[in-house]
Design a protein around this ligand. Structure first.
Ligand code: GRG
Length: 296
């Protein structure tokens, strides 16, 4: 399958839809709109919205119908990166090769731009247009899933434990908890939301959720490995930051070799999970491999 073509087609659709999310930065609140747009269009890979669309397609649903939810997930992801970069969290100056949001707009505006993206995401999922295209009970189910994956049971919870355990020795199961929540939950929710909205059966949704958990963990391991072995120009930020910040990572706990072995096994297992699906799962199979082969 031509993954490159698939990714670029889907990215173009998502980027076009995202352009319609924010109004022109004019009026009294212009600055926060500008700040939200700065990070939303800073060159993200759009992996989560693409997973959402692929999740709908694999169960025979419409990728187009889920676009508002796919975009909402990207808004939540963008908020998390803005907040993660703040001086009171990771204190990063660069993301995707550009100054981080707070470096351009200041801490208060960056915080509020993140809040604005998070709340707008939930507004988007209550739109009349979406409820006319898809059954409302499925939309409500997906809003709940996304809220849990972003909140204290997911991303926020994982981020808290990550921060609290910096420069401390932790065991592998704590590391797995951090990453399943911090990174894995939103990735899993992305693909599972697509499957739910696409009209998948409960068994399909369960299978897609297992796939999501595996690629979510593999994604985080790949991220940890890139922080050790990646290239500044590809990543758009300095490597070695996990080590400098005393972060617990897979390479730190199981070594680089162990991390690479584990990510390969997770991807192989994720692909095996999809065995009952036909060619419509090819994008998900290819995306699983892309997650660990990516350079950024
Ligand atoms: C602030 C509540 C809160 C949570 C932050 C997601 C997160 C939690 C922190 C980001 C730190 C980080 C680098 C985590 C590793 C996984 C990750 C989310 C990487 C960035 O995702 P990509 O590679 O980003 O999909 P792009 O730039 O492509 O959008």
């Amino acid at each position: 399958m031509d993954l490159k073509g698939y990714l670029s087609d889907k990215r173009a659709i998502i980027n076009q839809a995202l352009k319609e999310v924010l109004p022109e930065p004019v009026g009294p609140a212009a600055k926060v709109i500008e700040s939200m747009g700065y990070s939303l269009f800073a060159g993200g890979k759009r992996l989560r919205p693409i997973l959402c669309m692929a999740g709908a397609e694999v169960v025979g649903g419409s990728a187009t119908a889920v676009i508002p939810v796919a975009c909402a997930i990207e808004l939540i992801h963008t908020y998390s990166l803005i907040h993660d970069d703040l001086p009171l969290m990771d204190d990063d100056d660069l993301r995707r090769g550009k100054p981080t949001n707070h470096k351009v707009f200041g801490d208060a505006l960056a915080l509020l731009a993140g809040d604005g993206l998070l709340t707008e995401a939930f507004n988007m999922m209550t739109s009349v247009k979406l409820s006319e295209a898809l059954p409302p009970h499925l939309i409500i189910r997906v809003i709940g899933l996304i809220a849990r994956s972003a909140g204290f049971q997911g991303m926020v919870g994982g981020q808290v434990v990550d921060i609290q355990t910096e420069r401390q020795k932790i065991n592998l199961s704590t590391l797995e908890f951090i990453h399943a929540c911090k990174t894995g939950a939103l990735i899993t929710a992305s693909v599972a939301s697509g499957a739910i909205l696409g009209g998948g059966s409960e068994s399909d949704i369960k299978t897609i959720t297992s796939y999501g958990k595996r690629i979510g963990q593999a994604f985080q391991i790949a991220d940890d490995i890139l922080d050790v072995e990646g290239d500044f120009n590809d990543l758009g930020k300095a490597t070695g930051s996990d080590e400098r910040k005393g972060k617990n990572t897979y390479p730190k706990l199981v070594g680089l070799g162990g991390s690479k072995k584990l990510q390969k096994k997770l991807v192989a297992d994720a692909i095996k999970t999809l065995a009952s699906f036909d060619h419509r799962a090819d994008p998900l199979r290819a995306l699983a491999l892309y997650i660990i082969e990516r350079k950024k």
